[in-house]
Write a protein that binds this ligand. Structure first.
Ligand SMILES: C[S@@+](CC[C@H](N)C(=O)[O-])C[C@H]1O[C@@H](n2cnc3c(N)ncnc32)[C@H](O)[C@@H]1O
Length: 148
């Protein structure tokens, strides 16, 4: 998931669906000292765990990823652990629209998925879509890196 991220340049990173913070900690470990990470998570129990991470660069926001564009500054990267295709269709569409509004020009959206179901849609909405496959994940997953 983090391979497409140029951490030497990224100043604003947004993580969607941060859960217990497992990916959040990996992102923080690679981030510049002057960068900010905005972690957006809906569930209170996970939000508590995220707030326990002691790092001044981390901003934890309890809200839906559908509102990302009104919650964060413009982002260099949006990294999503959201189960996009399992969410209600309208919620998924709202999230993608919000991602597009939030990304800086040339910013990238990174999304994992277990299927190729979103490939055509992402190709329509983004200027470039790179697809990779991670066989070591269980179950194996695709990673989409979509540039605005
Ligand atoms: C599969 S977990 C990913 C956890 C973590 N990112 C990881 O990779 O280990 C998905 C997370 O998305 C959160 N979530 C689901 N719908 C959401 C939404 N609309 N906005 C923000 N977070 C949401 C869930 O509460 C859950 O913590």
């Amino acid at each position: 998931m983090l391979k497409p991220v140029d951490f030497s340049k990224a100043k604003v990173i947004v993580e969607l669906g941060s859960g217990d913070g497992c990916m959040t900690k990996k992102i923080l470990a690679k981030m510049r000292k002057d960068a900010k990470l905005y972690a957006i998570e809906l569930q209170s129990d996970f939000v508590k765990m995220l707030k326990a991470i002691d790092d001044k660069r981390l901003v934890v926001i309890q809200d839906t990823a559908e509102r990302t564009h009104s919650l964060t500054p413009k982002a260099d990267y949006i990294i999503s652990g959201l189960p996009l295709t399992s969410l209600p269709k309208r919620v998924g569409e709202n999230i993608i629209q919000s991602v597009l509004k939030t990304l800086k020009p040339n910013g990238s959206y990174i999304q994992f998925q277990y299927t190729l179901i979103s490939y055509k849609k992402f190709k329509e909405l983004f200027s470039d879509v790179k697809l990779s496959f991670t066989p070591l994940n269980f179950p194996p997953a695709f990673v989409y890196a979509c540039t605005k």
